[in-house]
Design a binder for this molecule. Structure first.
Ligand code: NAI
Ligand code: MG
Length: 332
């Protein structure tokens, strides 16, 4: 493997803890990565006056990929979430969120699915107009963004051998916007050899719990993807089990789907698995499929041996878990 440049952004709360843990694993694999640490987020804004300093943007521009923890977005400030800005800036239009139950002792239902979430528009345009009566949000659904996200989902099905693709939408209520997404979906999946389904998002939320086997690949709009991916992660063990990749045509940022968890920050009890699995997705993106697979195998082996963090009934602190996992790498 040629040397790949990776930017590490811990961010706020548990972000730095879980990114450090994932980096410890990467350092113990047979990969050649050059890490650059960069700052971003609320704590960074207090230190530097900027949520995303110029040096961070420059480091990202120069790199092959980024591993990111999470940032805190205080609700009483004007600042939009930094990660939303980066998704848009780098046109990372696909948010890939695999959800897999890694061991029967963890979680509630057997899921092995991937959520492909549109990542640049929908409810997250950030364009809100205020008048004397209230606020109007511009919720955008475009043909181009819909087409490329469905194509990405179809490609993913083919590369991962997934047979069924489900479009999750709410076109009964949002007839034009979700109607457009739905129409493009059916156009793009035609003749691709996949089993094609559609589901309204509210029904999908129930079916995830009641009929988890119905899901294989889900392609959906931004907000629905955000919500059902936390639900799905909760079903396979909690937010500590939800990795993700924000992927465009030229760049990608990998991050756990959870936030900065201020309630447990600094206590060395965060579950780093979501970030470790995100780093595995990053390795795969960088062409290191074999090494990427070792991360998941080590985590599974750990779960078999009761090596787990406290959020799932284990006894290991974040750092202890990480060191235990490094030992398991020898066996996988
Ligand atoms: P959250 O995902 O940070 O936490 C929700 C709950 O799950 C908390 O009880 C937390 O302790 C627990 N949790 C999350 N990750 C965990 C882990 N790895 N191990 C063990 N427990 C874990 O969501 P919340 O509390 O709604 O948001 C906190 C902050 O994070 C907010 O400022 C929000 O804006 C931000 N956020 C940032 C994201 C990002 O940077 N991509 C994504 C989502 C939220
Ligand atoms: Mg979310």
């Amino acid at each position: 493997m040629t040397l790949k440049k990776v930017v590490l952004i811990g961010g706020d709360g548990i972000g730095p803890e879980v990114v450090s843990a994932a980096v410890r694993i990467l350092e113990n694999l047979d990969v050649s990565l050059e890490f650059t640490e960069a700052q971003m987020g609320f704590e960074c804004s207090k230190r530097t006056g900027h949520f995303i300093p110029k040096a961070t943007m420059e480091a990202l521009e120069r790199s092959d990929a980024c591993l990111f923890g999470a940032v805190t977005t205080p609700l009483d400030q004007k600042q939009r979430s930094c990660i939303l800005y980066l998704r848009k800036h780098f046109d990372l239009y696909a948010n890939l969120r695999p959800v897999k139950r890694l061991h029967s002792s963890i979680g509630l239902v057997d899921l092995d699915m991937v959520i492909v979430r549109e990542n640049t528009e929908g409810m997250y345009t950030g364009v809100e107009h205020e008048d004397s009566e209230g606020v109007t949000l511009e919720r955008r659904v475009s043909e181009g963004a819909s087409r490329r996200i469905v194509r990405r989902a179809v490609d993913l099905c083919k590369s991962e051998g997934r047979k069924r693709i489900t479009c999750v939408h709410k076109a009964n209520a949002l007839r034009k916007s979700d109607g457009l997404f739905r129409r493009i979906f059916f156009e793009e999946v035609e003749g691709q050899g996949l089993e094609v389904k559609e589901m309204l998002v509210d029904a999908a939320a129930a079916a995830l719990i009641l009929k988890p086997k119905d899901f294989d690949c889900v392609v959906t709009l931004n907000l629905y993807g955000d919500i059902i991916s936390d639900e799905a992660a909760a079903l396979v063990g909690g937010l500590g089990f939800g990795p993700s990749g924000n992927v465009g045509d030229k760049y990608a940022i990998f991050e756990p789907s959870h936030g900065s968890a201020p309630d447990i920050a600094g206590k060395d009890i965060a579950n780093p698995i979501a970030t470790m699995l995100s780093s595995a997705m990053m390795l795969q993106y960088l062409g290191e499929k074999g090494q990427a697979a070792r991360i998941e195998r080590a985590i599974r082996l750990g779960l078999e041996r009761e090596i787990k963090t406290m959020d799932v009934g284990g006894e290991y602190r974040t750092t202890e878990y990480t060191e235990a996992l490094i030992k398991l790498l020898d066996e996988v």
